[in-house]
Design a binder for this molecule. Structure first.
Ligand code: KG4
Ligand code: ZN
Length: 359
């Protein structure tokens, strides 16, 4: 299997959900330039991501963003050693836009193209040079907690993933967003809910701890959200008093933190001593209460917890370029006929190796 250094820098593109992002890394993985455009304001009036609006916004902003980031990096297109885009899982309109732009550059300049699995990008981010002292070796346990994903994955190597468990309904971030909406916090709910919860009593409401104690590491959050909705509906008509809202927020947050920690403890047990490292990624990793609960749980099992900085935990293109770089180092690139995939589990059979042109 060929391994080694790339022939030039790598351009990464992210457009699988509501962030339009580009990044250029040098052949060793150092960040030369990066930019993320959030579409939060475009989707906020609808209380969630509207796929058609997302696709149009990616189309409107991506070409300029690529030019700008390439300019900032001081890299010419002909110098690139690879060009990559998130090719799934995600919203198909955005995936088509991102992969289309990447393939166009690859075709025009004869550059290797990499169709990056977005979940693989989250999974490998922590291996970016300089992020964790002394680097991160395989295997490790990944807890991915964002608005779209909630799963525990054994990361055995590039392309080598074993999903240990995942949510049977909502993702953790989705639960924050839905409860945020119930509390009148706008969208996305996570950051606002954490702020509100900081002045609340997390012991006031005994919300359920779904899945706690089950002999696996699956998650479920929709019952917890329903319990919050019922509590809200029991309150007298009119706006919720601030302290009630804060106590509900804190009690909900405590329930999520407790469940995430307990479920992650199960996942650590399922690793069977193969590793001593827990990596947490995704927007929910920004939550201080949740991070603290995970850190304590990891330590209880003799594990160390690491999380990339928040800007690399949430959707970004640095992680896409890095995942592509890891694949290119193994000699793996993809055909220009690779069709983006709205669903693409990490343990799909073609995660290992080159995905050849089939057309
Ligand atoms: O990773 P991300 O930016 O996008 C994807 O969903 O892929 O994650 C966004 C999610 C949203 O659901 C948001 O409410 C949640 O992460 N989030 C938080 C916090 N910051 C963001 N949830 C809880 N506490 C936070 N501080
Ligand atoms: Zn993501």
């Amino acid at each position: 299997m060929p391994t080694g250094r790339l022939s030039g820098p790598i351009l990464g593109i992210e457009s699988s959900c509501d962030e339009t992002a580009c990044a250029v890394l040098d052949a060793d993985g150092r960040i030369l330039a990066e930019a993320v455009l959030s579409q939060e304001a475009e989707h906020a009036p609808y209380g969630g991501v509207v796929p058609e609006i997302a696709a149009r916004a990616h189309l409107a902003h991506l070409p300029d963003l690529v030019r700008r980031v390439m300019g900032q990096a001081g890299v010419g297109y002909a110098e690139l050693g690879g060009v990559a885009a998130s090719a799934g899982p995600g919203l198909i309109g955005g995936l088509i836009v991102g992969t289309g732009v990447a393939k166009g550059i690859a075709l025009a300049h004869g550059t290797p193209f990499v169709a990056v699995n977005h979940l693989e990008a989250h999974a490998l981010t922590v291996r970016l040079p300089g992020l964790v002292e002394d680097g991160v070796a395989f295997p490790y346990l990944l807890l991915l907690v964002s608005g779209g994903h909630c799963q525990c994955v054994a990361v055995d190597g590039v392309g080598r993933y074993r999903k240990l468990g995942g949510t049977v309904d909502d993702a953790a971030g989705e639960a924050f967003d839905k409860v945020g909406k119930l509390l009148g916090l706008g969208w996305p709910g996570g950051p606002a809910l954490e702020r509100l919860a900081s002045g609340g009593d997390g012991a006031r409401y005994a919300f359920p701890r779904p899945m706690k104690g089950r002999d696996n590491c699956d998650f479920s959050f929709s019952g917890l959200k329903t319990a919050v909705a019922m509590e809200v509906s029991r309150q007298p008509p009119g706006p919720l008093p601030h302290q009630v809202a804060a106590d509900i927020a804190a009690s909900f947050q405590r329930a999520v933190a407790e469940v995430l920690a307990e479920r992650t403890g199960r996942a650590i047990a399922m690793m069977g001593g193969a590793s001593d490292l827990l990596v947490v990624a995704g927007g929910v990793a920004a939550n201080a209460t949740i991070r603290a609960a995970l850190e304590i749980e990891a330590a209880r099992h003799g594990y160390r917890m690491v999380a990339p900085p928040i800007r690399l935990c949430t959707d970004n293109a640095v992680m896409v370029a890095w995942a592509a770089l890891e694949r290119l180092r193994l000699g793996w690139s993809d055909g220009l006929d690779f069709a983006p995939r709205p669903r693409w589990p990490l343990d799909a059979p073609d995660m290992i190796g080159e995905r050849l042109v089939t057309g």
